[in-house]
Design a protein around this ligand. Structure first.
Ligand code: DAK
Length: 259
């Protein structure tokens, strides 16, 4: 049975879960309550050992999310912008379980930034990515300038943020912003398939890999290499390392326990 809060629907299908932003009449615009609820639900799934990978999507076929809620934001004070809502985004950034964004339709502004908080992105053919904040007199505020620059390079990031140009699914694939493009409407199924692939791997190694790849964004190469080396060595403390290597040598399929 899907679990429904005000804005977020969680459907568990162990070992994966599908989290749906459910505000389709407003193109899943991200108000503060919604982002806090999303962070709560993702954290609950992150604590749950039975869930190994999360698919994040938007309800309806028009949008993953068309950005932060402009109606709510229009009269916000700098203090409001700088406090509560940033904490929710930060909580989403710290989720250790891999997240796959399944994007159909618009992923704009905070919607694109939310997709970029995920670890892989599956796009429907009708997906459109962009940072249109410049059109309403502001700029990306949830990581858009930084993650686009690191993912696509300076010049494409500049064009997207300075001109509000939308990027099609195919372009996003060519540019390395998404992992794959599927026929319209098939993005959630494909993301679930990919999530099952991740979910069957050794759980501790999965979490360490996410941690290590994300560290590449934040550390100089030498420090990142040292960090990876330590995480790699630490995996030799797991039963799953013993089981994985035993099964390989015995020409059997491993059974991973997540310890
Ligand atoms: N906010 C509020 N409502 C929105 C919305 C949004 N971002 N996007 C769409 N809606 C609402 C529309 O107002 C409309 O509501 P009703 O009039 O029916 O009540 C309904 O959704 C359907 O939208 P449209 O009628 O406009 O639909 P169209 O197909 O004609 O156009 C569109 C679709 C996506 C091109 C258009 O809706 C649009 O341009 N939307 C705004 C896109 C945008 O500018 N997004 C960026 C917003 S700024 C931060 C965290 C995050 C952020 C900032 C700071 N911190 C942690 C502090 C992020 C900022 C942003 O995302």
């Amino acid at each position: 049975m899907p679990e429904q809060q005000q804005y977020i629907v969680v459907e568990r299908d162990e070992p994966i879960a599908v989290v749906t932003i459910n505000r389709p009449d407003k193109l899943n615009a991200l108000n503060w309550g919604l982002v806090a609820e999303l962070a709560d639900q993702l954290e609950a799934l992150d604590r749950d050992d039975a869930i190994r990978c999360i698919v994040l999507t938007g309800a309806g076929n028009k949008a993953f999310a068309a950005g932060a809620d402009i109606a709510e934001m229009s009269n916000a004070t700098p203090v409001q912008m700088a406090t509560g809502s940033f904490q929710s985004w930060d909580r989403i950034r710290r989720i250790a379980t891999p997240i796959i964004a399944a994007v159909g339709g618009y992923a704009l502004g905070g919607g694109n930034e939310l997709a970029m908080h995920a670890d892989m992105i599956v796009a429907s053919e009708n997906a459109q990515f962009g940072q249109p904040e410049i059109l309403i007199g502001v700029m990306p505020g949830a990581g858009g300038t930084q993650r686009l620059a690191r993912t696509l390079g300076k010049f494409r990031a500049m064009e997207i943020c300075l001109t509000a140009r939308r990027v099609s699914a195919q372009e996003a694939l060519d540019w390395g912003l998404v992992n794959r493009v599927v026929p319209e409407g098939q993005h959630v199924e494909e993301a679930k398939r990919l999530a099952q692939e991740v979910a069957k791997q050794a759980p501790v190694a999965v979490r360490f890999i996410k941690e290590a790849v994300l560290a590449a964004y934040e550390t100089p190469l030498q420090d990142g290499l040292a960090y990876e080396k330590r995480l790699f060595a630490l995996l030799f403390a797991t039963e799953d390392q013993k089981e994985g290597m035993r099964a390989f040598l015995a020409k059997e399929k491993p059974t991973f326990q997540g310890r």
